[in-house]
Design a protein around this ligand. Structure first.
Ligand SMILES: CC(C)(COP(=O)(O)OP(=O)(O)OC[C@H]1O[C@@H](n2cnc3c(N)ncnc32)[C@H](O)[C@@H]1OP(=O)(O)O)[C@@H](O)C(=O)NCCC(=O)NCCS
Length: 279
């Protein structure tokens, strides 16, 4: 009999091993981080006492996000994935999410469509070594007392409350975060998460039509990551940023489709995803 339980630290070895059958490069620290952000929203699927699958969520105000959905290969196509997905959706609805998002491999879009998710736009995941650019006078490193401004700017652009996520990222000393000051606050910010010798760029959010600002922020973040192996997940339509990355030697790894259950949030901004599992 299948049943879902809340993930605990004792499930991390299983979660890491299962996630990495897909080369997701997950570590126990990654699951600890997502569980710190959403302690009741990370799940393990059991058959009796045997672990079969996992799924994580994060609630961000009116937006919820689902990630790390995976079932052991031998137990797929029997409804296990749907059970986990429905459990995650129910949890996020209880947390008052009006819209739920996820990134889907293109070949799984129909699976999510059968659960009423609708495809939105395509994203690319690019990988490469972070280059160095000379400093831009307009961009400056974010400080602790900029966080409120960043959270507010992010909320206006994305229509979601990412305070807990942004604070957790920006307050870690090893993670770079830069802002572009404007007359009444900021016109964009960009951050990254450093994991030893690798890093993931994002989130980066900039007012729409501020392509140059987005490029400046991305360059500042990459320069701080200089020499690290970096991944970036961004919309396929952001050609200026993609060209900048390709010029620096970044290569496309894979593509995903952003999908939403409920109305797609108004996103009038230039945007680099925070991560695949948190949007
Ligand atoms: C995505 C994933 C979690 C789905 O898990 P699953 O257990 O196979 O999911 P389900 O069994 O509920 O549904 C899968 C398909 O099997 C079908 N199915 C379910 N029960 C079935 C049964 N008893 N007999 C035949 N088919 C069945 C479903 O209708 C569904 O079909 P669809 O894809 O055409 O919609 C699984 O494929 C997986 O772990 N993939 C690798 C990790 C991954 O890619 N994760 C997603 C990242 S976006």
């Amino acid at each position: 009999m299948l049943h879902v339980e809340k993930m605990g630290a004792e499930d991390f070895p299983f979660a890491v091993q299962l996630a990495n059958t897909m080369n997701w490069n997950m570590t126990p620290e990654d699951f600890a981080f997502i569980m710190e952000l959403e302690p009741d929203g990370c799940f393990v699927l059991f058959s009796g006492d045997k672990r079969l699958g996992i799924c994580t969520t994060i609630s961000l105000g009116r937006l919820g996000w689902i990630g790390n959905l995976i079932v052991k290969e031998a137990y797929r196509k029997e409804g296990a994935g749907s059970l986990l997905l429905k459990h995650a959706i129910t949890y996020l609805r209880r947390k008052r999410a009006e819209t739920i998002g996820l990134y889907a491999y293109p070949h799984l879009a129909s699976f999510y469509e059968s659960h009423s998710f609708k495809p939105d736009i395509e994203f690319l995941v690019l990988q490469g070594k972070a280059p160095f650019y000379s400093a831009d006078a307009e961009v400056r490193q974010a400080e602790r007392n900029d966080i409120q401004e960043i959270v507010e700017f992010d909320r206006q652009c994305l229509d979601a409350d990412r305070k807990k996520l942004l604070e957790a990222i920006i307050l870690k000393a090893e993670n770079p975060c830069y802002i572009l000051p404007a007359n009444n606050g900021i016109s964009g910010y960009g951050a990254a998460k450093v994991y030893g010798v690798t890093a993931e760029v994002g989130p980066l959010v900039c007012s729409a039509n501020h392509k140059e600002a987005a490029e400046k922020l991305l360059k500042a973040v990459l320069s701080r990551l200089n020499g690290l192996h970096v991944s970036v997940c961004l919309p396929a339509k952001e050609m200026a940023l993609i060209n900048l990355l390709r010029k620096a030697g970044f290569r496309e790894d894979f593509r995903v489709v952003r999908m939403f259950l409920g109305l797609a949030p108004a996103k009038n901004c230039i945007y680099i995803a925070e991560s695949l599992e948190r949007g």
